[in-house]
Design a protein around this ligand. Structure first.
Ligand SMILES: [Fe+2]
Length: 422
């Protein structure tokens, strides 16, 4: 019979506890087979059946390098098959940024930062024009050209998660969010409808325009740093219909685009808005954009809330599928990003720490990982867990998932007093 003397009283290691940046580190479960190549400090006393200590808590296992074989044999005799190690190392902000730079440098086909900024500024100009009541077909054509351009990238780019932008402040939220929703909606649609480039371009355009009706929402409600009151939410709920009216007025009649603008807040249960449509009566493009919309909102950092990791956002969306979301689309989000989505920071079973750079495809727990290499930081080491049967992810540490686009703030009206009446 197996004994688990090395384990703590409660099984808190196997949960999804996230360590804050700059925190104490992570406790990971290490099989005895890989202990000899692991790093870290023994987390709990390891004792024999009779209570004699084999390895005390707090000891660095590297000290036992020469006698590791004897210690491992002793533990096996005692029926112990794994130990818990404290891995004190944590990636600093600088480490993460260096790693992210490497990921971008190695993936020329990712949507470029310049292109992302151009598109986000395009969305900002569209909002500005709506607020100034100066929206023209030129602006819509510009958005259409941008959609075509993004679609080209989406067809080629497998690393969509790293194409999403981080929000700097409240003013920019809607514009960055529109870009992210366009990219994610296109990505998910591309996976569901493989090869249909024309449809893909139309949903990308729908994503860019999906919140255009928010340009008619008072800025004190739109930028409110916290939850909305019932009255404020009632005003906010008008944005899909405002958007549809605005799109039709500017010559956008494509039903796929209109469905996204008007239907991205509908829920599978029928409890969404504005129509309260239910299940498959909600157009597919709207059901896909609803998942993209909430995923990006959950993973965004705002003044009043921290960003949720993609991993937790996927879990939340899956739990809510069948009520809020189409289960088929929610599953596609999981399968395409994996249980450790790109941007996750993880500790491997040998104690090393790395950064997930791409999903594992069909194998949701075996992604490709860029290792933190302390000695030769300029030589990136990628580990594809699919090719490493003896290694696995032992601990999810945290996340750093969206890139800092660092663009200049757009010159848009920011005070409610400067707003034109609805
Ligand atoms: Fe919306």
């Amino acid at each position: 019979m197996r004994r688990d003397l090395a384990a703590p009283e409660t099984e808190l290691m196997e949960d999804e506890t996230e360590t804050e940046e700059g925190g104490e580190g992570a406790v990971i479960k290490v099989p005895l087979d890989t202990l000899y190549k692991s790093h870290g400090v023994v987390a709990y006393d390891i004792k024999t059946n009779k209570g004699a200590v084999i390895l005390p808590a707090g000891v660095d296992i590297s000290l036992f390098e020469s006698s590791m074989e004897i210690i491992v044999d002793k533990m096996r005799e005692e029926g112990i098959d794994h130990v818990y190690l404290n891995v004190p190392q944590q990636l600093s902000e600088t480490d993460i940024n260096e790693i992210i730079d490497k990921v971008y440098a190695g993936n020329a086909e990712i949507i470029s930062k310049e292109k992302a900024v151009t598109v986000i500024k395009g969305v900002g100009s569209m909002f500005n024009a709506i607020r100034e009541e100066d929206i023209s077909t030129d602006i819509v054509n510009q958005m259409s050209n941008m959609s075509a351009d993004l679609t080209e990238d989406l067809v080629r780019n497998p690393q969509v998660a790293f194409s999403l932008g981080k929000v700097q402040d409240a003013d920019e939220y809607t514009f960055v969010h529109s870009f992210n929703v366009a990219v994610l909606t296109g990505y998910l649609t591309g996976r569901i409808h493989q090869g249909d480039r024309d449809y893909l371009q139309r949903v990308v355009m729908g994503g860019l325009l999906h919140d255009m009706g928010k340009a008619k929402i008072p800025l004190d409600i739109l930028h409110k740093p916290g939850p909305l009151s019932t009255e404020e939410f009632d005003v906010m709920k008008k944005h899909p219909n405002f958007g549809v009216a605005m799109a039709l007025k500017t010559g956008v009649h494509d039903p796929v685009i209109i469905d996204i603008i008007g239907g991205h807040h509908e829920k599978w249960s029928g409890k969404g808005y504005p129509k309260g449509s239910k299940g498959l009566t909600i157009p597919e493009s709207a059901r896909i954009s609803a998942v993209a919309d909430v995923f990006d909102a959950l993973t965004a950092k705002r003044v009043y809330k921290n960003s949720m990791s993609s991993r937790n956002a996927i879990t939340m969306i899956l739990k809510d599928s069948g009520a809020h979301f189409d289960a088929k689309v929610a599953r596609e989000l999981l399968v395409s990003l994996g249980l450790y989505p790109p941007g996750s920071i993880v500790a491997l079973s040998d104690g090393r720490v790395g950064f997930v750079v791409s999903g594992g495809g069909k194998d949701l727990v075996r992604p490709v990982i860029l290792m933190k290499n302390e000695k030769e930081i300029d030589i990136p080491e990628f580990i594809d867990l699919k090719n490493e049967p003896n290694l696995c992810i032992a601990q999810y540490i945290g996340h750093s998932e969206k890139r800092d686009l660092g663009y200049a703030r757009l010159s848009l009206p920011t005070k409610p007093a400067e707003r034109r009446p609805l």
